[in-house]
Design a protein around this ligand. Structure first.
Ligand SMILES: *[C@@H]1O[C@H](CO)[C@@H](O)[C@H](O)[C@H]1NC(C)=O
Ligand SMILES: *[C@@H]1O[C@H](CO)[C@@H](O)[C@H](O)[C@H]1NC(C)=O
Length: 308
């Protein structure tokens, strides 16, 4: 074995030890007076990287003086957790998460939830499908509630895989193969062929009541105390960025955004009712996708977590 190889192996082992030490899907828990917080990571990320959600977990524990935080590790291990962001159907993920939340006794009296990017719409599905344990406030950081029409980048995936995914989405997003194997296809929203989306999207069209009006979803969503949607005003990843505020293109074209209150989903999920009750909160933040500063988080998100 060459000297270089040996060094590489030693470094790799050191890295694994560091990650293992940091890798904790739960944190805090000594302050019973603050509601637990559940996090769901975005595409290309995992529950617990120290420079990503791990840092957010520490920040929340610090700011809530020991509140319990659980960052969802989909599938129960780091590899599956990463893969889930691309390749495990959201229905399967949501179902698994619902079971996990139900089994976590600390969450029994309710919890607040923060979704990062696609984790935002996945947590909304949890709110709509799994009323127990009760979700109180849902905070969506850059979630795509009306889907996306474009995928300019795939973080932590090779260029070749990313190109393949983009081609598949653009040519055959609603094929059985894509819907079954590719998470991003399940919230691909083609405004030019709106009917293909309604009939073909196996996740987003379902939770947005596009095809069937599921009153169970409506009832459960209304149980939220607040639904906070954060849009990154200079987002270069989510197309259109307005999807982060539950808006989308007017059908038939991909330039003009339809007024929020005129969309079908707005009516079919009774967001009008939530809006009139002051439950919908729209926040905008300057910067690119998920570019959140510690200061902004402390000023805008932490107070929501401390509400009684
Ligand atoms: C970000 O977007 C906002 C709103 O569209 C705009 O006012 C601002 O100038 C943009 N900032 C940058 C750095 O592009
Ligand atoms: C949407 O809101 C605008 C401005 O608040 C209002 O003028 C319009 O009538 C509303 N449309 C519907 C369908 O409620």
């Amino acid at each position: 074995m060459g000297c270089k190889t040996k060094t590489l192996i030693v470094l790799l082992i050191a890295l694994l030890i560091v990650i293992y030490k940091w890798w904790k899907p739960t944190a805090g828990g000594t302050n019973p007076d603050v509601l637990p917080v559940v996090l769901w990571h975005g595409m290309g990320d995992t529950c617990c990287m120290p420079f990503s959600l791990g840092a957010i977990m520490s920040l929340i524990v610090e700011q809530t003086k020991g509140g319990y935080v659980r960052s969802l590790q989909i599938g129960g291990n780091p590899i599956l957790d990463w893969q889930s962001g691309f390749f495990i159907h959201p229905d399967e993920q949501v179902e698994w998460v619902c079971q996990q939340l139900l089994q976590d006794e600390r969450l029994a009296k309710g919890y607040n939830a923060i979704g990062f990017s696609q984790g935002g719409q996945f947590l909304r599905a949890v709110a709509q499908r799994c009323p127990q344990p009760p979700m109180r406030t849902l905070i969506s950081l850059g979630g795509q509630h009306q889907g996306v029409f474009g995928l300019p980048m795939c973080p932590t995936l090779s260029q070749k895989s990313c190109d393949y995914i983009s081609r598949l989405l653009n040519s055959a997003a609603y094929s059985e193969e894509a819907q079954h194997n590719l998470v991003q296809a399940t919230y691909w929203h083609d405004p030019i062929m709106e009917n293909h989306y309604r009939l073909g999207s196996t996740f987003l069209a379902n939770i947005n009541n596009e095809l069937y009006l599921n009153t169970y979803y409506v009832e459960n969503l209304q149980k939220l105390k607040k639904f906070v949607m954060v849009m990154f005003l200079n987002d270069t990843i989510v197309q259109p960025k307005e999807s982060q505020w539950f808006q989308f293109y007017t059908s038939g074209q991909d330039r003009i955004i339809q007024p929020f209150n005129e969309s079908k989903a707005y009516q079919d999920l009774h967001l009008d009712k939530m809006e009139s009750e002051g439950k919908l909160v729209f926040l905008g933040i300057e910067g690119d996708h998920l570019a959140i500063s510690k200061e902004w988080f402390i000023k805008n998100i932490v107070p929501l977590l401390l509400e009684k």
